[in-house]
Design a protein around this ligand. Structure first.
Ligand code: CTP
Length: 461
């Protein structure tokens, strides 16, 4: 560990503190009855199999902060896969097993956050299940090697004291809080503190996480932890980290309710240059972030039933707005964005400004023109356009598209065209598009009108 010696950082094992109170009433207060029932079921299943089950990490933290917790991470001291299978069977959820890590996830088909509207696939309720483990790192920033351990060792390998608590789920001790590393004290004092000095060297993604928790809860990264972050940044630890892990952390930061706070802090800690050396947090970008937040709130309150959106992506568009297309493409490649995300990022870069210019035009724009500008774009790109344009005219045109034009379909279909004796082929799409545009512009009032136009277009009139 040459790097660690060079940094002067030492492994600083904190003296563990004894177990403490029972937080079952806080659990009841902060969880929906459905989630509470699931936790009790986990306890009962563990009892049946003679296992000890704990809810760990963010779950305990959020319950103590009186925040509704939607994520559940369960740790057992052994046999997590047997437990996970039994839980998935009982709950009727699907089971995903990660053989390499010896962990599993039970995924349900409902979303604890969405009271109404469609369920975003990524937000489905998930329970992550693992066997307590210690992780050793072959070299700094490597993926860890896993060895099974006790719950205490499992908690000690974690990122921050506030994330290193566990809650017992077994029936006889349901709600008992396990806090060996003073997590409760740091929660009270609003501090983000690592458990040992090598934390950021072993896992540099924790540098982003520290900022995320600090800004989310209005905490403060305590001075020694901040020093360790600065050292890790100086040692270019990000350069040694798998880019997709950094990307995932970036997505989480941009998914926070107020990502601008975290980005400002990342800028202070010189973390942004690891995303792209030309990335600057300008006043214009900060303003754009504010406008995006407003547009998302407007969309979510008016159009929730329409289509779920990836909010983080719109903020990402804003982050890279000052970069050119080639730089954005290189960034997508470096961070290995999924194909779907990459497509939306590149489409935004290539088209947003052109569409803004078209929609800002003072002259009258027919509904079909507005439709043709916006329909090929992802909703995230449309909301970015709305935020960036900052124009009443654009807002009105986008609203009309989202509320009215985008739902319109021709009353006739391919079957009707076949009935007219038109040979199936690419012509069908062209005719149906024309019919749709004319319908949007109010020139076709009923199915007969549409049939008449189809006949004309096909030369069968
Ligand atoms: N963890 C860690 N180091 C990381 C990532 C996670 O030690 N780089 C541990 C922490 O104990 C964390 C837990 O794994 O609490 C679960 O991680 P995750 O689900 O990513 O975070 P949460 O703490 O649940 O935070 P969030 O509320 O953002 O989901």
């Amino acid at each position: 560990m040459e790097l660690i010696k060079k940094s002067g950082i030492t492994r600083n094992r904190r003296k563990p503190h004894g177990p403490a109170k029972n937080i079952s009433s806080a659990i009841k207060k902060n969880l929906s009855p459905r989630m509470l029932k699931i936790l009790r079921l986990c306890g009962a299943l563990a009892d049946q199999k003679g296992l000890k089950a704990y809810a760990v990490g963010g779950f305990a933290r959020d319950i103590l902060l009186n925040v509704s917790s939607f994520d559940v991470d369960i740790v057992l001291e052994r046999e997590c896969l047997v437990f996970a299978k039994a839980l998935a069977d009982k709950l009727g959820g699907s089971l995903v097993v990660y053989k390499r890590f010896g962990t599993a996830t039970v995924v349900m088909d409902w979303c604890p956050k969405a009271k109404r509207g469609p369920v975003n696939r990524k937000e489905r309720f998930k329970i992550d299940i693992a066997t307590a483990r210690v992780e050793s790192y072959e070299h700094p920033a490597a993926l860890p090697k896993v060895v099974f351990s006790s719950i205490k060792q499992d908690l000690h390998r974690r990122d921050f004291t506030i994330n290193a608590m566990a809650v017992s789920l077994n029936k006889g001790s349901f709600g008992r809080l396990i806090d060996f590393f003073n997590g409760q004290r740091d929660l009270r004092q609003k501090k983000v503190r690592v458990l040992h000095d090598l934390s950021f060297i072993e896992d540099p993604t924790r540098i982003f996480r520290a900022v995320r928790f600090e800004q989310r809860y209005n905490f403060k990264i305590e001075p020694h932890t901040e020093e360790l972050i600065k050292t890790a940044v100086r040692l270019d630890m990000f350069g040694r980290t798998q880019k997709q892990r950094l990307r995932n952390e970036l997505i989480l930061i941009l998914s926070e309710p107020e990502p601008v706070k975290a980005l400002t802090r990342m800028h202070e800690l010189h973390e942004l240059r690891f995303i792209h050396p030309r990335l600057r947090l300008t006043k214009g970008m900060l303003r754009l972030f504010g406008d995006i937040g407003e547009c998302c709130r407007w969309y979510e309150s008016s159009f929730l039933k329409k289509r779920p959106i990836d909010r983080w992506l719109i903020f990402f568009f804003a982050m890279v707005d000052g970069l050119d297309l080639a730089q954005v493409k290189a960034l997508c490649e470096k961070f290995v964005f999924t194909k779907g995300d990459e497509k939306r990022i590149i489409s935004c870069k290539g088209k947003a400004d052109k569409v803004i210019r078209a929609l800002k035009a003072k002259r009258e724009l027919a509904p079909s023109r507005i439709y043709r500008h916006l329909e090929p774009l992802a909703y995230e790109v449309i909301l970015f356009i709305l935020a960036k344009a900052k124009s009443e005219r654009v807002r009105m045109r986008v609203s009309l598209f989202l509320a009215k034009y985008n739902g319109v379909k021709p009353s006739i279909s391919g079957k009707d065209l076949k009935g007219l004796g038109i040979a199936p082929g690419p012509r069908y799409g062209k005719i149906l598009d024309r019919v749709l545009y004319e319908k949007l512009d109010g020139r076709l009032l009923n199915k007969q009108d549409e049939m008449r136009l189809a006949r004309q277009l096909s030369g069968k009139a």
